[in-house]
Each structure stands twice: as C-alpha cells, then as structure tokens.
Design a protein around this ligand. Sequence first.
Ligand code: ZN
Length: 185
Amino acid sequence: MILPIYAYGQPVLKRQASDIDKDYPGLDELIRDMWETMYHATGVGLAAPQIGRSIRLFVVDTVQMEDDEDDSDEKGIKQVFINARILEEEGPHWDYEEGCLSIPDIRGDVSRQEEIRIRYMDEHFQEKEEVFSGMNARVIQHEYDHIEGILFTELLKPLRKRRIQRKLEDIKKGKVSAKYRMKFV
Ligand code: ZN
C-alpha cells in the first residue's frame, strides 16, 4: 500500500525516533509499504518518520543509482536498516546535491564524510556491522538523519538556507505540488 509522505513542518520529522523490537505490530507489512511508497515517489531512501512513525527504521536502494558508465567499483545496496547506530564517520568531506521526498522541489549541496561504520538489524533482526562509503554512505547518512530528527535543509550553507526559507514556509502551508500523496500539517 502506498502511504502518504509527511511534509516539511510535520512535528514527527523533528523527533528523535525510538528503537523497535521484532514484535513491533505489522512490521513486515510496514516494510513492504515503505518500499512501495519509496519506489512510487522515485526515491532512493525512505525513513519511517516520513510516513508518520517515530521509529528507527529506514530503507535504502542505491542499486537504482548505478551508472553503467561509472568506472568505480562501488556497488549499490538494497537494504532495510532497523535500530541503526552510526558508530563512526571517516574520510574527507564531499559535497553532493541532495533532495528529500518530504521537501519537494528543494535541492542543495550537503557536505558529508566519505565513509561510515554502522550497526543495525536487518528485516530478520539479524545484527550487522558494516562499512559503507561514497553514495551508499551518503544515502544512509541522509536517512539516518531522519531517525535523529534532522533534515538536510538544516545542513545547507547559510546563504542557501536563507534562499530556500520562503519555499520551506510554502511547503509547510501545503503550497507545493508533488507527484505523490503528501500529508501536510
Ligand atoms: Zn529525506
């Protein structure tokens, strides 16, 4: 089932999300719905607060971003992350223009570190600890921020932040059009 995506201004997006256990009601269905919702909106990641649940769950599919002409050997991932904790971030910072399904029509360069080490549970509640880099790390960092209550627009440089202020206010008021269903304040 495709779920409405909570828009900028919804308090749930600013809350630090809680851990869940494997008895969380309807978890399998929720994960299925999150994949469906993400693909419908042509996203590469979606975090539970974006569909109104303040829990530490997000999904990432960077396989879609793989570029045939890209000669790097980095492979995309398709993965469910539950109760994730980033243990360390390493390497040089690099800028990349990010966007967010909760904040349509706004993009901006965010500086993030190259590599992360993260501990999480997969959808079968198997604990994993892995290192991700490049675009995989980037998308995980963006989704991870969601479960910490942080939005990418807060990480933009001051000038860019000022420039998008009015647009953000418009989104808050529901004055934006997206190709998918959204839930405004
Ligand atoms: Zn986002």
